[in-house]
Design a protein around this ligand. Structure first.
Ligand code: SF4
Length: 493
């Protein structure tokens, strides 16, 4: 596991003495959270992040100044409640939404945003490629208290009509327009270089990043180096002006475990490290994107490599999927990898839905993906011993042992599903404080028996009820109506 080093690094040792923990002001055009943090300023956003993370404002300021954390906070995003992404803070989860050329519109995307927020998305990426992109994005930004990310090359291609018609002027104009709208972070595939493309030739799944594939095709058809790399200073100038955080895209990420950790992936990662340090010279916030599809035994190594090559810039990983055999369940295959990546030091996890590789996610797919990733991120926080991370686990466990079913539901990541599943067999209020559920039944409930051992339980497992334990044939209506299997089930071993 990566150890968090001294947050006050040599890079911020130049801060003025007594630098202004009290000097609070918001970034204005030309200032970024990083530029102010480097001057010792604790911005309102930094103070808010400190409160949310249960750490000191000085720690947040120093991490942002150092580049080990970002606060994606476009100066035009008025509805934003600032948050931070970095190894010193809780592991974050991103949800992707967005229209496709075939389906969805403004109302549908705002509904997906609402569901994403309901289930705890820390950031949301609008990956729309169809419909009125500016209108959809404006609606999403206006409704979102969490940072909004985009991939501007999608809109540039949408407006150009074909890769052959793309130009750097068009792409920069799109970046500028989205920045002025309030986009907090942008995935920019600046690190895919011409020399890297041949390294993908022997892959099983080639180039699977949409942005990476577009950039590679653009370079090949025009016979040019990556325009985002050659015009990187212009990109930085735009991002600095609006405090847009750059999310350096991993255009050559592996699309299968067979291609994991190959030369193409790591050649691009080395370039992303160079681009990270150039962004920091301009005081532009930056994070680095990562794979994709990685076998479990390579995940920690991948995180360590990013930390080394990219000077500890926050690592934002997609999954990774740890196996390729489960289409329809890739929220699970990838959440396994995400939990391991988060434990190893990844700062943000981009969710994967059950529909990955199969189709555009529905609202239900968004929910399923987010719940899987909130579990992964939380498991990583518990493993890394974040402040207060285990409190909710302990509270739920206490409620479980006390048979406080309503409290269990309230503390659950998905209360509605937890209550619905309980009530499928025992819907009556009668069973909301019973000392058993339909899994083992009243006679075999191990927690009820354990409580009795310690003198805590009720003699009647339907605690607090005047009636004796229902005997076979006289079960309460809910219990009698439940599947017979649960009543004969073996107790937990
Ligand atoms: S021990 Fe069995 S009956 Fe008791 S709460 Fe757990 S699953 Fe339900």
């Amino acid at each position: 596991m990566t150890t968090i080093k001294d947050p006050v690094s040599a890079e911020i040792a130049h801060l003025p003495a007594g630098a202004a923990a009290s000097a609070v002001r918001s970034p204005s055009p030309g200032e970024t959270q990083m530029s102010l943090a480097r001057r010792g300023v604790i911005t309102p956003a930094i103070a808010r992040v400190a409160a949310r993370e249960q750490v000191t404002p000085e720690l947040v300021r120093d991490e942002v100044a150092r580049g080990r954390a970002v606060i994606p906070a476009n100066i035009h995003h008025d509805a934003l409640d600032p948050m931070a992404i970095g190894i010193a803070f809780t592991c974050k989860v991103n949800a992707n939404i967005g229209s496709s050329p075939l389906t969805s519109g403004v109302a549908e995307e705002v509904e997906k945003l609402r569901i994403s927020l309901k289930y705890g998305a820390d950031t949301v990426m609008d990956l729309s490629t169809g419909g009125d992109l500016d209108q959809i994005r404006a609606a999403i930004i206006g409704a979102s208290p969490v940072p909004i990310g985009t991939v501007p090359i999608y809109q540039a291609l949408h407006e150009a009509g074909s890769v052959e018609q793309l130009s750097i002027e068009l792409l920069l104009a799109v970046i500028e327009r989205q920045a002025a709208q309030g986009v907090d972070y942008m995935t920019l595939h600046c690190g895919v270089l011409r020399d890297h493309i041949p390294l993908t030739a022997g892959r099983v799944t080639g180039i699977v990043s949409r942005g990476g594939a577009i950039m590679a095709q653009w370079m090949a058809s025009a016979g040019i180096e990556n325009p985002l790399y050659t015009h990187y200073e212009r990109v930085l100038a735009i991002c600095r002006a609006h405090d847009v955080t750059i999310s350096l895209g991993d255009g050559l990420r592996p699309g299968s475990i067979a291609d994991a950790s190959d030369r193409a992936q790591f050649a691009e990662l080395a370039t992303l490290g160079e681009l990270t340090r150039r962004a920091w010279e301009r005081e532009v916030q930056v994070m680095v994107e990562g794979p994709g599809h990685i076998p479990i035994d390579q995940i920690a190594m991948n995180v360590e490599k990013e930390i080394e090559l990219c000077s500890e810039a926050p690592f934002y990983v997609l999954g990774p999927l740890v196996t390729d055999i489960a289409p329809g369940y890739d929220h699970i295959t990838s959440a396994i990898g995400a939990a391991i990546a988060g434990t190893a030091g990844a700062a943000m996890l981009c969710y994967v839905t059950p529909k990955e590789h199969l189709g555009l996610p529905t609202a239900e797919d968004v929910k399923q993906g987010l719940v899987a990733y909130k579990i992964a991120a939380h498991a990583a926080d518990v493993a890394r011993k974040r402040p207060g991370a285990r409190d909710r686990d302990d509270a739920l466990s206490r409620a479980r042992y006390a048979f406080d079913w309503k409290q269990q539901f309230a503390l659950a990541l998905d209360p509605e599903t937890a209550e619905r599943m309980h009530d499928e067999s025992l819907p009556s209020e009668y069973f909301k404080n019973a000392e058993f559920c339909s899994m083992c039944g009243p006679s075999f409930c191990s927690m009820h028996l354990s409580r009795a051992v310690h003198g805590q339980g009720h003699a009647d497992p339907a605690a607090g009820k005047p009636a004796p334990e229902p005997a076979a044939g006289t079960l309460a209506p809910d219990l009698a109506a439940a599947p017979v299997a649960f009543r004969s089930a073996e107790p937990h071993p």
